[in-house]
Design a protein around this ligand. Structure first.
Ligand code: PMP
Length: 398
């Protein structure tokens, strides 16, 4: 039976972790990960999460099944976080939110739903994008194409390329957009940029699918939801895949959500009934723990305030590391412009390092990064930043 099965290609990031783990040099640093580490180099357990977990354990509640679309107080809290507590869309009867297995699960649910029930076959993702976007949509049956996004000359956004690329797609294509803290580049759109992107998408009847995996890591919870809220204002149907893996530091609990904005309450009911079938025939219903914890925090003003502070701490620490890295690169004699490191947002920076330079970082300095040059700024701390800055400077200068 399994004789003809061939070896799958190596996962570039997981493969990196294996090599990193096997490296015996004490000064080793793993900048390949997509995880926030605190100043001590640890994945934090947030205080708000711990408080919610302790309360939950103390309840000694039985473990029944959740509804197919997940925990209702969680789903509603997700909508308020995405659209704002004051948003009329939350009350409109046009929204569906289904709890999902992380942001990845939300993307897959949305992809399966659009493919099976609306006949969508083509999706456009940014160039570059999170590497799992392509793989996930291909696995769901789509043809995956790209639209221009990153401008290597400015380390910024190629807005005109993006607009032209989206315009040139066949009418009614699915367009996947990073709502904030673009992975891997850290380059985001501003208000005026979004307005132009939305205009093209509306004219071409495209289907926007927003991926928001880092809400709160850019500016703050409200500003980072700008794209979601601008799309909501248009009244057009769209999808949002959201995740609490990073913002609650709950990676392994798999807490995300798929939100669909439909056109009418009647449409909502039909779409929900079909979405439930997609879920039921896949994993039946989602797990309880992570969603209970997140809902407890989002629905309790004190815990919410505590969480918002902790999120701000994470965001500010990353900002501090961005500034320190740019300064230390200059001190180490780098003459190229490195200020873009401070302009980029979220956990990542596209360092501009090429494959050979990334290889040299690993071989000579025990510093591991993705071969595209993406580095996780959230893995830097005051104990490793000097070593990292000197090493990057060394490979940039030669
Ligand atoms: N989208 C993007 C852009 C991401 O970077 C990630 C996480 N690396 C995800 C979605 C998925 O997140 P999760 O771990 O919640 O599945």
């Amino acid at each position: 039976l399994f004789f003809p099965v061939e070896m799958a290609p190596h996962d570039p990031i997981l493969g990196l972790n294996e090599t990193y783990n096997a490296d015996l040099r004490a000064e080793k640093v793993n900048l390949g990960v997509g995880v926030y580490y605190d100043e001590a180099g640890k994945v934090p357990l947030l205080r708000a999460v711990q408080a919610a977990e302790e309360a939950r354990v103390a309840e000694h509640a039985p473990r029944s099944y959740l509804p197919i679309e997940g925990l209702a107080p969680y789903d509603l809290a997700v909508q308020k976080l995405l659209f704002g507590t004051e948003s009329s869309i939350v009350e409109s009867g046009r929204l569906i939110t289904a709890q999902s297995l992380g942001g990845t699960g939300a993307l897959k649910l949305g992809a399966d739903f659009l493919f099976r029930l609306t006949g969508k076959k083509l999706v456009a993702i940014s160039d570059p994008s999170w590497e799992n976007h392509r793989a996930l949509f291909e696995a769901a049956g789509y043809e995956v194409v790209t639209y221009p996004y990153y401008d290597a000359a400015t380390n910024g956004l190629n807005l005109n390329g993006m607009l032209e690329g989206i315009e040139a797609l066949p009418e009614g294509s699915v367009v996947l957009l990073h709502a904030c803290c673009h992975n891997p580049t850290g380059v985001d759109l501003g208000l005026a940029d979004w307005a132009r992107v939305i205009d093209v998408i509306q004219r071409k009847n495209h289907v926007p699918f927003l991926d928001i995996a880092y809400q709160g890591f850019g500016e703050n919870l409200q500003d980072d939801a700008l794209a979601v809220r601008l799309f909501a204002e248009t009244g057009m149907p769209f999808l949002v895949a959201s995740s609490f893996s990073k913002s609650f530091s709950l990676y392994g609990e798999r807490v995300g959500a798929l939100t669909l904005v439909t056109s009418t309450p009647d449409e909502r009911d039909r779409v929900l009934s079909q979405l439930k079938r997609v879920i039921r025939t896949n994993y039946s219903n989602p797990p309880t723990h992570g969603a209970k914890v997140v809902a407890a925090v989002l629905n309790n003003p004190e815990l919410y305030a505590m969480w918002e502070d902790e999120l701000a701490e994470m965001r500010e620490r990353i900002r501090g590391m961005r500034q320190a890295l740019a300064e230390k690169l200059k001190e180490a004699g780098v003459t190229q412009d490195v200020d873009y490191i401070q302009r980029q947002r979220g956990m990542f920076s596209y360092s501009g390092l090429n494959k050979d330079q990334v290889k040299r970082l690993a071989d000579e300095f025990a510093i591991y990064a993705v071969s595209s040059g993406r580095i996780c700024v959230a893995a830097l701390n005051s104990a490793n930043i000097d070593h990292v800055a000197k090493a990057i400077a060394a490979v940039m200068k030669d």
